[in-house]
Design a protein around this ligand. Structure first.
Ligand code: BGC
Length: 364
């Protein structure tokens, strides 16, 4: 690489930033929303809006090198404001469900919005997916910050959250999450992108072959709240230790699949210590696209888009049918605040919550 010398200035780092910004409208209460485009110089591109810190689009190559947008979303802000099931959004304060919409911390009961069959889902009525984040471009990354005030959606503590999105030269979307609090609290951040590796709006995902690096999962009750058991996947249709098409067993007469209407469970990732592990790999046979998911988190919610039902018209007017996408939400286990045996989701003043998830794309 050529480096300019001799003009009296040190070469500047980051001046060829691959992040651009445009206006993306205003919320009903007049707050401007921005849309950032991040590219890696190799063709991969993502667009992220400050409303919900949402991944609006993400392109990945097929085996011929053709790029397609592989995430569900809407063409404009109005589409998102009409109500979508968390397409691409950051989820907080607590990803997935908290049973009976309450938990006890330091002897105090905290009540949350019961927005899902008596339970609390994805942070309540107005979670992080419905907040406008502050944005700053840092080199090739987009840094989003949000201050969630003490008591917001029932959660204790002023929580400062930071999420850094990067499209790396290795064809990855990297998401780094950090947060601090001024009071004991619980926290479980994730991203809720819906993937279809054929391309968004290109039918269902039942032929996608999934591998999950997990020997166990957390079975749920009828309301999708973990019972507390850590159950072996062996001998069940939730065994994805070897590549298996999503559709191969999703219709089986299995008590767990029936309760959730398909795959919508938390897998307990195999790990021998802290750090990034490969959580899952997904292969789409017609295009050859491969997505690997790497994370520092203990769990993975693999959701097969069972609740999509063809009523949403997304980007480019595409209809999103039942199981028209899948989610791979890296996370702590659902309802952890009510299960002392699960890895703790508590965050205390002086500590820093720190998680990383990487979605890596290739084709074969
Ligand atoms: C949950 C599903 C839910 C979906 C969208 C997933 O994380 O596990 O049950 O329907 O999010 O709301």
């Amino acid at each position: 690489m050529a480096v300019l010398v001799g003009c009296g200035q040190a070469p500047k780092k980051g001046t060829t930033s691959n992040v651009t910004k445009q206006d993306f409208g205003k919320t009903p209460d007049g707050v401007p929303v921005e849309l950032y485009t991040l590219t890696n110089g190799r063709g991969m591109q993502t667009r992220i809006m400050t409303y919900g810190g949402t991944v609006v689009s993400l392109t990945a190559p097929d085996r011929q090198g053709n790029f397609a947008d592989v995430v569900l979303g809407m063409d404009d802000l109005a589409g998102y404001l009409k109500g979508v099931p968390y397409f691409g959004a950051l989820i907080g304060r607590y990803g997935n469900r908290i049973g009976h919409a309450q938990f006890t911390l330091d002897g105090q009961v905290y009540r949350l919005a019961a927005n899902n069959n008596g339970n609390s889902l994805h942070g309540g009525n107005r979670g992080f997916d419905k907040r406008v984040w502050n944005a700053a471009v840092k080199g090739d990354s987009l840094e989003l910050t949000y201050l969630s005030k003490d008591g917001e959606e029932g959660y204790p503590g002023n929580l400062s959250a930071k999420v850094v999105y990067t499209v790396t030269p290795a064809d990855e979307l990297k998401i780094e999450y950090t947060a601090t609090t001024d009071k004991d609290t619980v926290l479980n951040l994730t991203n809720h992108s819906y993937f279809n590796l054929k391309g968004q709006g290109e039918g269902d995902i039942l032929q996608h072959e999934v591998t999950i690096n997990a020997d166990h999962f957390t079975p749920t009750d009828a309301g999708l709240i973990p019972t507390g058991e850590i159950r072996a996947v062996k001998g069940t249709p939730l065994d994805f230790t070897k590549p298996t098409a999503i559709g191969a067993r999703i219709g089986q007469n299995d008590e767990q699949l029936k309760a959730a209407g398909g795959y919508d469970h938390n897998w307990v990732l195999n790990r021998s210590g802290a750090g990034l592990v490969k959580a899952a790999e997904v292969y789409e046979p017609t295009t050859g696209r491969v997505m690997q998911v790497w994370t520092t988190q203990p769990g993975l919610q693999f959701y097969a888009g069972n609740f999509l039902n063809g009523t949403i018209r997304g980007k480019g007017g595409k209809v999103y049918p039942r199981r028209g996408a899948f989610c791979m939400e890296t996370q702590h286990f659902p309802d952890s605040p009510n299960h002392p045996d699960f890895p703790s989701t508590e965050l205390k003043p002086g500590e820093t919550y720190d998680q990383v998830t990487v979605y890596h794309f290739s084709a074969r």
